[in-house]
Design a protein around this ligand. Structure first.
Ligand code: 4AD
Ligand code: MG
Length: 443
């Protein structure tokens, strides 16, 4: 678009080449005779040198960070370590700053509003500006690569993409976190998961996936819960539980392989997360019952402060401590029926537990939840009854068990949690564009 070159490309131009570049002032250093500008355009950052008269214009004298500029000049090679990417620097001989491209200076300058120590709520209000920072923009660029890589990896595995509805009249993951709204006079909800719809696609499309928003009215403020998040979900037909685990492991590793094959993305990941290394395969597999024993042995209490016992939920804090100590991905499997969703298949060898899996990552805990699904009509009806759910609105789901049922399973991966792990971010709030969580719905 346009006849100028994007900055990453410009960086590799041979010395002596004339270029025209457009971008915003990322940083500026003024010396006696010289001005060094780091120009940013979302593709790269280029060092630009202004000399002599060019540093004495009105525009140069009032130049504030974030001002947009059009610059013409010649590429120069500079010694390594000169703060210039690829040791290239642009020596400007002309530039233009239309008056409405100037960034506000003084009290209104971004740098004044976004200082280290600025309150978190204020930073969130200023998200449209903090997004321009190195860390936020890097996370967003990695996010773009990850989303693209999921699409590529699914395509390689011949899994088809579909787009289920966001406005629904059934729950998937419990009534407590439903966002309810008025739908032409009837009750409806924002979807918690596309899983049930994906299941209905198997007979016509084979294995399917989607990358859609899911919504949860989470009434707590944790560093890994959002009210609106991006959910990567897949559903696979005619598989067993072991196939499901192998597939999840493959997808996670394949996506990492794809994004790290791009040197620009690999560089961003390593800068955000210097300790990052590819997970070892196979992932560790641990049954829920063994995890309970492990937590007891390590004196990690349950939510009430008591030693863990079979049947307890493994709460966020305990889960994270466990993953941090073990310090590698863990497939936690075979959770008890009572603490998991209604649709989960039971383990044929132990009816107390389900063929379910959570994938846990160091620093974050659960990033994936999945299971084999009940594929028998009567068992599914019994599950609705046990949960106190009216099966009538689920007729389109239960019909799957009446017209050619099959052993099948799937999972959902929280994209922001995956990114929090990959980019070593403290909270999922920093892994999405404009986070939504309890009491936060702006900007
Ligand atoms: O474990 P969950 O609730 O499982 C499901 O929704 C299944 N129906 C998915 C499926 O089998 N198709 O959610 C799946 C994942 C979690 O592991 C977590 O990564 C993410 O979605 N997640 C959230 N991420 C951010 N904020 C929240 N409030 C989240 N709730 C779940
Ligand atoms: Mg879960």
């Amino acid at each position: 678009v346009g006849d100028h070159i994007k900055l990453r490309k410009a960086d590799s131009e041979e010395k002596g080449t004339r270029v025209r570049v457009l971008g915003r002032v990322h940083r500026v250093r003024k010396q006696k005779e010289n001005m060094f500008i780091e120009l940013r355009d979302g593709y790269g950052i280029m060092q630009v040198l202004l000399q002599g008269k060019l540093t004495q214009t009105y525009d140069a004298l009032i130049l504030a960070r974030e001002t947009s500029m059009e610059i013409f000049g010649e590429m120069y090679e500079v010694p390594a370590g000169a703060n210039a990417p690829l040791n290239r620097e642009l020596h400007a001989d002309f530039y233009k700053i239309p008056s409405n491209w100037r960034a506000a200076g003084g009290e209104d300058a971004i740098t004044n509003r976004v200082q280290p120590g600025t309150e978190h709520a204020t930073l969130l209000d200023l998200r449209h500006l903090t997004l321009r920072g190195d860390v936020s923009s890097s996370v967003m660029l990695v996010r773009d690569a990850v989303e693209y890589a999921f699409n590529q990896a699914y395509k390689e595995s011949r899994i088809r993409k579909v787009s289920p509805p966001a406005l629904v009249q059934t729950q998937v993951e419990g009534g407590a976190t439903l966002f309810k709204f008025d739908y032409y006079g009837a009750d409806a909800y924002l979807t918690q998961s596309s899983q049930l719809y994906l299941e209905t696609c198997l007979p016509s499309l084979g294995d399917v996936y989607c990358i859609e928003k899911s919504f949860r009215a989470e009434k707590s403020l944790t560093r890994r819960h959002l009210s609106e998040y991006t959910h990567v979900e897949a559903e696979l037909d005619f598989i067993d539980f072991n196939d499901l685990l192998n597939h999840i492991e493959h997808m996670i590793c394949r996506v990492l392989e794809i994004i790290l094959a791009d040197p620009a993305i690999a560089e961003k990941v390593m800068k955000l997360n210097p300790e990052f290394k590819m997970p070892e395969r196979p992932f560790m597999r641990m049954k829920y019952a063994d995890a309970i024993e492990w937590l007891k042995e390590h004196d990690i209490p349950n939510e009430e402060g008591n030693p863990h016992a079979f049947g307890d939920d493994i709460a966020e804090a305990a889960e994270r401590r466990m993953t941090d100590i073990i310090n590698r991905p863990i497939f936690l499997t075979h959770f008890p029926v009572e603490i998991k969703a209604f649709y989960m298949q039971r383990d044929p060898e132990d009816q107390r537990v389900t063929e379910s899996v959570d994938c846990l990552m160091p620093g974050v805990g659960e990033i994936v939840g999945g299971s084999m699904r009940l594929d028998d009509y009567d068992q599914l009806m019994a599950a609705f009854k046990r949960e106190g759910l009216d099966p009538a609105p689920y007729y389109w789901y239960t019909d799957q068990r009446r017209y050619g049922s099959s052993p099948h399973g799937g999972y959902g991966l929280g994209l922001e949690r995956f990114l929090a792990w990959l980019c070593k971010q403290h909270t999922v709030r920093d892994c999405c564009l404009y986070p939504r969580f309890m009491n936060r719905c702006k900007p």
